[in-house]
Design a protein around this ligand. Structure first.
Ligand code: PGA
Length: 252
């Protein structure tokens, strides 16, 4: 049985006190959603420790949105995987399209970040996805295949067991445009095939999340698809009620 996961990517939103309020709201309502769903929240670095405190005893996991490619040292402004792990993070989002697009993250950098994540006991949520031009040119399969081959194929079998993939079509992120449930299923099944070519049956255990304008009104339809194991949620993760309602999408 694959895990069912709903992860909130808060991006650069909320001030520290607002983040704590949001986390408390999610923790307070968590009991109303099936225990079969694993919830993860990924606040900005600045609120990790206070949000960790707010989540105590809730069973909700903490994640960071990024980590440094290096272990430690003279890297001004960077935050290491060891630092976020020490604050209680279990997960780290890596390779989000906003990081690839605005901060020039390449597969080379991401290989180093993945290594740092594993060295510190974190589970990466590795993001893949094509942009609009690539989708329109029919290149989406090739794009995600390359993003997986260049990074995920470098993992050991043991590391692969501790990996979550998020498929996020760039054209659906924050745009209100969602991939149809059929489009999501088609590419999720393809991603699983690419993973199984390298890791065999272990690919059946890997959770593959959908991300891109996922909300309470469309979650159930998308999550009902065989190869969709949950969601990576941006905008709708900023309201506790909506975030939890997305988790209920598994119950329908
Ligand atoms: P969105 O973002 O839900 O606001 O589209 C998803 C993401 O980028 O992780």
């Amino acid at each position: 049985m694959r895990k069912k996961i709903v992860a909130g990517n808060w991006k650069m939103n909320t001030l520290p006190a607002e983040g704590v309020e949001l986390a408390k709201g999610v923790a307070a309502g968590r009991g109303g959603v099936c225990e079969c769903v694993d919830f993860i929240v990924c606040p900005p670095f600045t609120h990790l420790s206070t949000v960790a405190e707010a989540l105590k005893g809730s069973g909700i996991a903490l994640g960071a949105q990024n980590c440094a490619a290096e272990e430690k040292g003279a890297y001004t402004g960077e935050v290491s995987a060891a630092m976020i792990a020490a604050l209680g993070c279990k997960y780290v989002i890596l390779g989000h399209s906003e990081r690839r697009q605005y901060y020039g993250e390449t597969s080379e950098t991401l290989n180093k970040k993945m290594a740092q994540a594993y060295a510190n006991g974190l589970t990466p949520i590795y993001c893949v996805g094509e942009n609009l031009d690539e989708r329109e040119a029919g290149k989406h399969f090739d794009v995600v295949k390359a993003q997986i081959e260049e990074v995920v194929y470098n993992l050991t079998a043991e590391q692969f067991k501790n990996l979550v993939i998020a498929y996020e079509p760039v054209w659906a992120i924050g745009t209100g445009k969602t991939a149809t449930a059929e489009q999501a299923q088609e590419i999720h099944a393809y991603i699983r095939k690419v993973l199984s070519a390298k890791f065999g049956a272990a690919a059946d255990e890997c959770a593959i999340l959908y991300g891109g304008s996922c909300k309470p009104s469309n979650a159930a339809e998308i999550f009902a698809k065989a190869d969709v194991d949950g969601g990576l949620i941006g905008g709708a993760a900023l309201k506790a009620e909506d975030f939890l309602a997305i988790g209920k999408g598994f119950e329908k």
